[in-house]
Design a protein around this ligand. Sequence first.
Ligand code: GLY
Length: 570
Amino acid sequence: MNNIKKLFSIALCTSVILTNVNFNSKAAVLIPKPVTHGMVASDHYLASKAGSDILKMGGNAFDAAVATSLVLSVVRTQSTGIGGGGFMVIHSAKGENIVVDYREIAPAKATRDMYLDKNKKPIPNLSTKGYKAIGIPGNLAGLDYVLKKYGTMKFKDVAKFAIKYAEFGFQIDEHFSGAAKTVNKKGALSGLKALVFRNGQPKEVGEQQKNIELAKTLKIISEKGVQDFYKGSIAKKIVAAMQKNGGIITLNDLANYKPKVRKPLMGTYRGYDIVTMPPPSSGGIALIETLNIMENYNLGWNSSGYESSKHIHTLTEAMKHSFADRAEYLGDPDFVKIPLSQLISKDYAKKLKNKIDQTKTLDSSDYGLKSLRNKAPISDAGTTHYSIIDKSGNTVAATETINTYFGSQVVIPNTGIVMNNQMDDFSVQAGVPNSFGLIGNENNSIKAGKKPLSSMSPTIILKNKKPFMIVGASGGPRIITGTLQAIMNVIDFGMNVEEAVSSPRFHHQWSPNKLFIEKEIPLDVRENLIKKGHILSLGEAENAVQAILIKDGKITGASDPRKGGFPEGY
Ligand code: GLY
């Protein structure tokens, strides 16, 4: 206990020192040192530190995962929290590969057309903001399952870090402040303003942020167990707020929530084994499908090379095929049939490779389903990812989310819980884009008890059956392409983990027909891509990768400088 207190004071002091360092420059200021025992890479230093402290105290990767996740709930309120859901991919020291799916579920009262008006037109903001946008949260149920099944510590011991930061505060960084400013542009809800604004305006970098109510909630859960959130006093508070404000989640919905253990999706890439997320995420399928296509090319460090227009064009074409298939086929596997083995087969990848023309990009209709078409894109990024390895070789890749910044913006009164807006990850109508510009069809339509299709791609890569890379990202559909490029940067281009996550990136999701590309990609390369017919949209990557690499007995980690995290290990 005293040990924990000591670690907190170190962590709190370190947070003050570290906020003076500019982590948001893509030329990362601090290079994490390689370690030999264990490491946590997350998108906030305090979360990595909490997880790493648990490892140092003798906890395993699963104890560390819960501590890291709960701290992220506090310091990354804009991205994740106990009002959200997630996926955890596990490779245990015993060699088991397991997935825990704690994605949000559509409430029993949800219906296919619940976001359409009587003329069958989508009602603006209904699936993204306010009580109707909320899916039944799974985060706590998932963490509780992992801790009880694989961990060694009690919830109250791993929750202490998060409780301290919620109660005593932490300093807001650029990402937090930027997210608050983003939601403020379209008018933030009053409960959220009360939580993260000062004098009606988003707080600036360096200002103190607390969530006293969330600290109380976490203390209640520490004492009474996670079941209090699903069946007890917290459940009652959630449902009372739902009833008062037009929400549809009931006590039964909460009480019936169960995390689901799944088999991971397995693939291979150039001799490495890929252990990744199956549906209801599209992430693993799209990742493996794209890597399978790319395996037919030699893009390695000895050939025409990294960041050439050949590299970007070829990978963009592969992304377009995978995302077109995403829109056509994917949804919750408990409700729809998915041609999984076809989509991740090497033969199918060869067929798609043969469609790729090196001189030009194809018409949108030459990829995937022809009935779905471009609509206006809206770009946004939320979500959080953490990668962990402990001294025994247990590894965790977890991606968790409340969806877009600050989720639905609903803060349940007297709990400090910010609720998700995951219902927007369903297709509210075939061909109508969601917040990320993603389209889908009937397979991803709304149904009671169904999970919305995700892009989250927590992934563990094995070499000779041993962990080699633990990786994943935040950023909606850009999760898939960010994770993909980090993997290829290591395997194909021989980069170290720091370079692999910070190098310039690009993204294409087939619809809208735009190649989103970072400014750092050289001008002549961009001009060549335009000549091949790509429509370029210059900007930021809008995704953030967290990765750990294990090579020659050394563990190195990197947190994407785009979001400002930092790994920690020993
Ligand atoms: N809400 C983002 C995702 O699950 O892909």
